[in-house]
Design a binder for this molecule. Structure first.
Ligand code: SF4
Length: 434
């Protein structure tokens, strides 16, 4: 039997909102809240805009300015409501009919969102929706969150669990692949679902719940396994846990003497930056050393709201790294990737990994040849600072772990000399020690 953790869902009181946990169709309790009355308002709260000259307030490809979007679709929502992560989660766009009120859906999108074949649920926060181009189904951000019929096609070599996580799970929800690290799947809930998600077999189905019984089982395994010195909280998005629940988990992990590092993997700063509240940051900074892997795929995600969220996290002393998936027609060119890595650096987020897209079922329209990834890395290396060049990796199918891929830089040997190729394709000689 599963036992819910008996702690209040939210630490602060938001007017008109019940503090009780609610279930929303197909998703676990504890993360969704009652809608806050009617949808009205709004203007940008001045508090959400950071003076940050390098980050664009409007996404580069947007046709409808964001303020117009908000005034048009949410005319009665107050700034306080819009800037509340609870409101954003409660008012996510979930179905095709509602989505069609905001976007001119292409035939491919309509068939996907209204059909019965969809496996990964559709959900987009109003905030992230405001970054989408209503008229262009090929706009990069839109392609990552609006389903199309292409995701129903199973290509050769694709699998529901390409990384073999299910086979490396000693207790439900915990993946122990590397000797000193464990992946702790907190729940399967995200505020916005990415169509290329590696865990699309699991997320959004409401089957992996943030229950005390499950957490205790995973904590017990970690307590017993002294080789684990690094725990990565992932999911679903761990930051969608209520503050008290997240703190309970962090406190219990921190109490295990051999757990040196806690990491959190999250896409919240990109899709729900309102979640990074002063209260949350206050909690997080109590459990150092705590690191964060943030998930960004395109420079259009680096809005003033996101800058503010990352600034809060960085100011709390949390080292921030970004994980980006290489996606066809979305970020698979040098210019876009350079813009992204530079935007991240300005937000004090170190570009950490560039992932070759995993061969999950229905991912062929997102995947690029490996050659493309090498070309992108080649175009960054030497043309920007080393900090801005992520490590390009393939997560080996079947559970082999991350394998880095590098453009060829060793051209050969002449005697004891090593012949090296630089970023301009010029050859240099290094007197190696043999
Ligand atoms: S935020 Fe992460 S876990 Fe959630 S849908 Fe996107 S890729 Fe998957």
């Amino acid at each position: 039997m599963q036992v819910q953790i008996e702690i209040p869902a939210f630490s602060g009181h938001i007017s008109g909102m019940s503090s009780s946990l609610l279930e929303e169709d197909g998703e676990p309790p504890g993360q969704t809240v009652k809608a806050l009355g009617t949808i009205d308002c709004l203007h940008h709260s001045p508090a959400t805009i950071l003076p940050f000259p390098s980050a664009s307030e409007e996404p580069s490809t947007s046709i409808v300015p964001r303020k117009t979007f908000r005034r048009t679709f949410f005319p009665h929502v107050t700034a306080r409501e819009w800037n509340s992560w609870h409101w954003q989660v409660a008012n996510r766009i979930r179905g095709g009919e509602r989505l069609a009120k905001f976007l001119q859906l292409s035939q491919e999108e309509q068939l996907a969102v209204n059909g019965s074949d969809i496996k990964l649920p559709l959900a987009i926060t109003p905030y992230y929706l405001s970054l989408l181009d209503p008229a262009d189904p090929l706009q990069p951000l839109r392609r990552t969150v609006v389903p199309t019929t292409s995701e129903f096609i199973r290509g050769p070599g694709e699998a529901d669990d390409p990384l073999g996580e299910e086979n490396q799970s000693p207790v439900p929800g915990l993946v122990h692949r590397y000797p000193d690290r464990a992946l702790f799947l907190v729940h399967d809930f995200c505020s916005t679902y990415c169509r290329y998600c590696t865990r699309s077999r699991v997320v959004g189905h409401g089957a992996v719940r943030a229950t005390k019984a499950r957490f205790e089982q995973m904590l017990d395994y970690i307590r017993r396994t002294k080789s684990i010195r690094d725990v990565l909280l992932s999911g679903g998005d761990p930051l969608l846990l209520a503050d008290e629940r997240l703190e309970w988990l962090l406190k219990n992990l921190r109490a295990i003497p051999h757990v040196e590092i806690i990491r959190i993997g999250t896409k919240v700063p990109a899709v729900l930056p309102q979640r990074i509240t002063p209260q949350l940051v206050k909690i997080l900074r109590r459990y150092h050393p705590l690191w964060m892997s943030l998930h960004f795929i395109h420079p259009d995600e680096c809005t003033p709201e996101t800058v503010k969220a990352c600034t809060r996290l960085a100011d709390a002393g949390i080292p921030l790294g970004s994980q980006t998936v290489l996606l066809r027609g979305i970020n698979d060119n040098i210019e876009t990737m350079k813009n992204l890595t530079h935007s991240l650096m300005r937000m004090r987020v170190r570009p950490y990994y560039l992932y070759q897209c995993d061969p999950i079922t229905g991912s062929a329209h997102f995947r690029t040849p490996v050659e493309k990834g090498l070309e992108v890395i080649q175009g960054l290396r030497g043309f920007t600072s080393g900090y801005a060049v992520p490590t390009y990796v393939i997560d080996a199918p079947g559970g082999g772990g991350k394998i880095p891929l590098l453009p060829e830089s060793v051209a050969g040997r002449q005697g004891s000399d090593l012949l090296l190729r630089n970023y301009e394709d010029r050859l240099f000689r290094y007197p190696d020690v043999i």
